[in-house]
Design a protein around this ligand. Structure first.
Ligand code: ZN
Length: 73
């Protein structure tokens, strides 16, 4: 079973601009993640970013599904 909360997305460190992989669950939990540069990033779900991320993932899944359908023919 595919669980959206276990999916990861990439965010950019505000300090060094490196991309950091965080799980959707970490965002919904508003966890504090640390970049390798030492910058702490407080994840916030308040702006509905996570909702957007989830809809982006859903869209990607849909694309993937369509791709598989194409291969199936
Ligand atoms: Zn950083």
């Amino acid at each position: 079973m595919f669980e959206i909360s276990k999916q990861t997305i990439k965010i950019d460190c505000p300090e060094c601009k490196r991309s950091i992989t965080v799980s959707i669950k970490q965002i919904t939990d508003e966890a504090l993640v640390k970049c390798i540069c030492g910058q702490g990033i407080q994840l916030k779900d308040s702006k509905g970013t996570n909702k957007k991320a989830i809809s982006d993932i859903n869209r990607s899944l849909k694309d993937l599904e369509n791709t598989f359908k194409k291969f199936g023919k």
